[in-house]
Design a protein around this ligand. Structure first.
Ligand code: DMJ
Length: 670
């Protein structure tokens, strides 16, 4: 109406002629088409997902941290205490909702000379071909009877869930259930050795006892000040919850179960088991790192079950495994990094390039998921990880290398950063370990591992002017002459893979493993504290030293000691035990505080500043690998066990033995 009265404006719609209107409409529709089309060109666009994809796909990329990979790659320095309301995750670093318990006192010891108390009980007699432990007999009883198990499906709404069925089947109604005694009968050797791995000489025995005392000290303080929380803050004497485990609690308990058991700390193990029975609540509703929950909780519970035969660990791990499955509901089946354990919705990490998933995260599920299928007799877990395998096998790899970021929507690499350290590391580890854990039948894993090794040797392996061998990182063809502490696991990995390589390369692989382990040891011995930095470089005149302030910290990581342990088992060169002992002394001197062990902020000064965090992997990995280093090889023999990336031992699945067969006989749909 108003328009009609205006001078110069015609009655026909704002004074436009018909031809003008047509052109205008044409322009408008072109614009709309352009905007709409543009959405599809945005890589894995969050907005696009919100509008067009299903519930699992629609979540905005909001979770900013939590994975160890994130911590490794994006924080580069020890975490500071922070306060966040429950469920909120900070953009970077760990959130904390520490309960403050307190009150002075040294909690369990205090000095490096503290005596070991009440910790020399032996674990139950080791399982062997001849004699299964009592728990196994009980398990066998439960397994009597028989009825075929139906196909298992994934629906979260169904009451008859995968774990419930597996549990029900253990009550005696199915014949094709996992048999614990069948499993123990398939082991080549007793898991705990002839005499719990007691070493032949007294000096080594004393060193081993020292490591056991460290474990007891770390555990006692956790128990006293942080019981039920995820990790101990040893300076403030309280617990840390963090945001990696989706509201799950007790990470240090789950991570410690097998270490306590193999060390014969049976009172402590029993306390831990009791906590799992009464207090491990899997009905949490928070945002969890799929990777971290898998390697620590699933891995820890699986190992505890295989070592002890205690039904509670099996029940819990199957219940938890099922909660992780919705993370795989993506167009490619490549899981996203973050999952809400209650609702099943999943996200990519906010920091991950264009909504991508991380190689070391989705590539570090295979071992645990194969065992979930083994125990549950449901093929679903195996299918999920085999699907990842197939995609990675098929996809084109730049120079044969696997970049760290992949889109779970398109299945394409998102950028070309390659690293054997953070973001890539345990993917390679799980290839060779999948082969070993399959009783050397998983030929795809074997081929992919040795092909990857060729590409790594061609593109990443470097020799410094001072003669140190190291693994550089690769950014679209340009080398970054840096090696992370995390990459130091590769000495052990290349070592355990040496024997199955091409005959002409076996000695070469063993030499390469020794050289890398030597370089990592150099990164320790060139520091004031004799502990290694988070990352060390081979440029600007430096060799195996951190040149950046932000790389100087040490957070009780295991990787260097892990390689010492494997190299000791493979070569029995006494230097590896000596290097391990140097690490024990350095840990005692610089990381032991009154109420536990703490990371330090700068390995290049002996006036240490502690980061106030006793990481759960210190109990699970660092101390376990040290203990194994000073034990006889028959404690968890490598013929029967592979260690997951959190050092939880998982048994080899024997092809020609009646271990269960669920993972052996299945063929996957194409
Ligand atoms: C552990 O959680 C695992 O070893 C993981 O693979 C890498 N990071 C930590 C230890 O540094």
């Amino acid at each position: 109406m108003v328009f009609r009265k205006l001078p110069g404006v015609s009655a026909s719609g704002m004074g436009l002629r018909l031809s003008q209107k047509f052109v205008f409409l044409l322009f408008l529709s072109g614009l709309v088409t352009l905007c709409f089309g543009a959405l599809f060109f945005l890589p894995d666009s969050v907005r696009l997902k919100r509008i067009f994809l299903s519930k699992t796909e629609t979540q905005p990329v909001t979770v900013g941290s939590g994975s160890e990979n994130d911590v490794r790659e994006h924080l580069k320095r020890p975490r500071e205490p922070e306060q966040h309301p429950r469920g909120f995750t900070s953009a970077k670093g760990a959130s904390s909702s520490s309960s403050s318990s307190s009150s002075g006192g040294g909690g369990g010891g205090g000095s490096s000379s503290s005596k070991l108390k009440g910790s020399n009980r032996k674990p139950p007699p080791p399982a062997s071909r001849e004699a299964a432990p009592p728990a196994a007999a009980a398990e066998e009883e439960r397994l009597s009877g028989g009825k075929a198990q139906e196909d298992l499906t994934l629906s979260r709404s169904r009451t008859d869930t995968v774990s419930q069925r597996a549990t029900a089947s253990d009550q005696g109604s199915h014949s094709d259930t996992f048999s614990y005694s069948g499993f123990t009968a398939c082991l080549l050797k007793a898991p705990l050795g002839r005499d719990y791995g007691k070493p032949g000489d007294q000096n080594t025995e004393q060193r081993r006892e020292k490591v056991k005392e460290m474990m007891k000290f770390a555990w006692d303080n956790y128990k006293r000040f942080a019981w039920g929380k995820n990790e101990l803050r040893p300076l403030t004497r309280n617990g840390h919850i963090g945001n990696m485990f989706g509201g799950l609690r007790g990470a240090s308990i789950i991570d410690s179960l097998d270490t306590l058991y193999i060390m014969g700390l049976m009172d402590e193990y029993n306390d831990a088991k009791e906590w799992v029975k009464t207090s491990l609540d899997l009905n949490s509703n928070g945002e969890a790192s799929l990777f971290e929950v898998n390697i620590r909780y699933v891995g820890g519970l699986l190992s505890a079950y295989y070592l002890t035969g205690e039904q509670v660990f099996k029940d819990k791990v199957l219940e938890l495994g099922e909660k992780l499955l919705p993370a795989f509901n993506t167009p490619t089946g490549i899981p996203r990094g973050v999952i809400n354990l209650g609702s099943g919705t999943s996200w990519s990490w906010g920091w991950a390039s264009a909504g991508s998933s991380i190689l070391a995260e989705f590539g570090t599920l295979h071992l645990e998921f194969m065992h979930l299928t083994e125990l549950s007799r449901s093929p679903i877990y195996k299918e999920k990880v085999m699907n990842i395998r197939k995609l990675l096998n098929k996809i084109e790899k730049p120079h044969g290398l696997y970049p760290n970021f992949l889109s779970p929507v398109s299945g394409n690499w998102v950028q070309h950063h390659v690293s054997i350290g953070g973001l890539g590391d345990s993917f390679y580890e799980y290839l060779i370990k999948s082969f070993l854990m399959s009783d050397k039948t998983d030929d795809d894993a074997k081929r992919m591992y040795y092909d990857a090794m060729e590409a790594i040797e061609t593109n990443l392996v470097q020799k410094s002017p001072g003669g140190l061998t190291y693994l550089a990182e690769w950014r679209g063809g340009i080398l970054d002459h840096k090696m992370g502490h995390l990459a130091c696991f590769s000495g052990g990995m290349i070592g355990i893979g040496a024997d199955d390589g091409a005959p002409e390369k076996r000695q070469h692989y063993l030499d390469l493993a020794a050289e890398i382990t030597h370089t990592c040891h150099e990164s320790y011995s060139r520091s004031e504290t004799k502990l290694g930095p988070e990352a060390f470089r081979f440029d600007s005149g430096g060799e195996a030293t951190a040149t950046r302030l932000s790389d100087r910290y040490y957070i009780l990581r295991p990787e260097v000691i892990e390689s010492y342990m494997y190299m000791w088992r493979l070569t029995h060169d006494p230097k590896y035990r000596e290097w391990g002992w140097e690490a024990v002394e350095a840990l005692e001197q610089h990381c032991r505080v009154e109420s536990g062990f703490s990371g330090i902020r700068d390995v290049y000064t002996t006036a240490v500043s502690h980061d106030n965090m006793q990481q759960s992997f210190f109990l699970s990995e660092t101390l376990k690998y040290l203990y194994l280093l000073f034990s006889d090889d028959d404690l968890l023999p490598l013929e029967d066990w592979v260690f997951n990336t959190e050092a939880h031992p998982l048994p080899v699945i024997r092809r020609n033995c009646q271990q269960g067969g669920a993972t052996q006989e299945q063929t996957l749909p194409e």
